[in-house]
Design a protein around this ligand. Sequence first.
Ligand code: ATP
Length: 230
Amino acid sequence: MIEVSGLRKTYGDFAAVVDSDFAVDDGEVFGIVGPNGAGKTTTLKVVAGLVEPTDGDVTVAGFDAADPEMRRHLGFLPEESPLYEEMTALSYLRFFADLYDVPGEVADERIGAALDRLELDHRERRLGDVSKGMKRKVAIARSLVNDPDVLVYDEPASGLDPVTTNSVLAFTRELRETGKTVVFSAHNLYHVESVCDRVVVMNEGRIVARGSVDGIRERHGETTYRVFTD
Ligand code: ATP
């Protein structure tokens, strides 16, 4: 579903991502783990078609990542999601559904289902007045309004309280059961170990380990585990 081959992204002389290769299968939950500045966001933005690679090939659902048609198949959750503070969760999500030309009844059903699964209350409250956890859940619901095949989530569980973190991670895991393919980043291996089928570990722009979390721990030992986690 996602193929990344020979990806390189430089800013001037600085290489944010170097020689990155990975593939994500249809229906897989795939994690990109690494410390701050490892190149996770850059990688995800290239996959989402938001950043042009300096080198390499990236395809999503059979489309080149730069092809605007690819966007119809993808939902992106940025690390910080700017929300319109004056809108309610419902009006905000209906607004985005409209942008994707989703018919009203379909949109309401989809939005309701996502918010129910995310256990989001206060749907009529101004977004400026809700907690960070609720805002994150609204942003996650937004990523689903166009019913994409592929979801790209940048640190969806970072900076949340433990209950909301678990709820977001459980929701991510459940997406696989609805046939979605998910790739998400984290700087905490604990966040990915209960959710992901496979992970790559990045450091300083390079993939330094790959496989299952257990496999990475076995092959690279607890040192790698500690170095790359909070
Ligand atoms: P974090 O966990 O802090 O979000 P990350 O793993 O997502 O880190 P990136 O945001 O991909 O890392 O950044 C990788 C490196 O590329 C960092 O050193 C960052 O400063 C640099 N970088 C990212 N975007 C740009 C840009 N537009 N211009 C210059 N340097 C950039």
